[in-house]
Design a protein around this ligand. Structure first.
Ligand SMILES: [Zn+2]
Ligand SMILES: [Zn+2]
Length: 259
């Protein structure tokens, strides 16, 4: 019985070192890259970086929970605590299961995130919303409640799906960088796929959630927000503006909905 615990503690410690280490390294690299790219800034009149140190401290705490969820799911599934046998990985099944996991996570995230905005739970979500203009440092700046409900996906799904643990490892790496870029405050994903009728979410999508508080709850896709009517009414238009910056004074159009 001691071996699963040793595995869990080892994976937990290793994951924490890798995630927090790459958070610091990528955050620093992105900050350097972003210098001189002010034209991509989504909220040019707000300085989100003034919260950087507080966000790094909050991330150091909440990542303990995030990494425990991941290590717990991986350890339990590895020791056979799972509903289904793990499906085999092949050139076609691996990307298919990865895509299915991303779609599933988006639905999970939408549900728990909307729950976090309701009266009994809101107080544990407000820390994340202290970042009104999020930056690359904001992704993990949240409470243990946020970390457990959102990242609990990586604890539960290895036990409830036939996806092998490798799928969740790749998905967690993707979620790590996607989450940091998604909070960066710089639009790098503008294009027709990021607005109606396509379902991909851009950086502006979650940035608007921070700026307005009560729209755009999903993570990877705008699908669930469109279905439940929680998408920001100005989202598609603002994405169109990013695609044609020469056609209109972009800063004026961008700033209109949250100034
Ligand atoms: Zn929120
Ligand atoms: Zn956020």
């Amino acid at each position: 019985m001691i071996e699963p615990w040793l595995t869990f503690l080892s994976v937990w410690a290793l994951t924490y070192a890798l995630v927090f280490g790459s958070y610091l390294a990528f955050g620093w690299a992105f900050t350097v890259w972003a210098r001189g790219r002010g034209e991509r800034k989504i909220q040019p009149r707000r300085d989100g970086l003034k919260r950087r140190d507080a966000e790094i401290r909050a991330s150091a705490r909440s990542l303990v929970v995030t990494c425990a969820c991941f290590a717990g799911g991986l350890t339990l599934a590895t020791y056979g605590v799972r509903l289904f046998d793990a499906a085999s990985l092949s050139w076609w099944s691996a990307p298919l299961m990865f895509a299915a996991s991303v779609v599933l996570f988006d639905a999970w995230f939408y549900a728990v995130h909307r729950l976090a905005h309701t009266a009994p739970f809101k107080r544990w979500h407000l820390l994340h919303h202290q970042s009104v203009a999020p930056t690359v440092w904001s992704n993990y700046s949240d409470t243990a409640f946020d970390a457990f409900t959102q990242q609990g996906y990586f604890l539960a799904m290895p036990l409830l799906t036939p996806f092998p643990v490798e799928v969740f490892v790749v998905h967690r790496v993707f979620d790590h960088f996607n989450g940091m870029i998604g909070h960066s405050g710089y639009e790098v994903a503008a294009g027709p796929a990021s607005r109606a009728p396509w379902p991909l979410a851009s950086v502006t999508f979650h940035d608007m959630h921070h700026a307005t508080f009560s729209t755009n709850y999903a993570n990877h896709f705008s699908f669930w927000d469109r279905v439940f009517g929680t998408i920001h009414p100005d989202y598609d238009r603002r994405m169109a503006v990013w695609e044609a910056p020469a056609a209109a004074p972009a800063e004026a159009l961008r700033g209109r909905s949250h100034s």
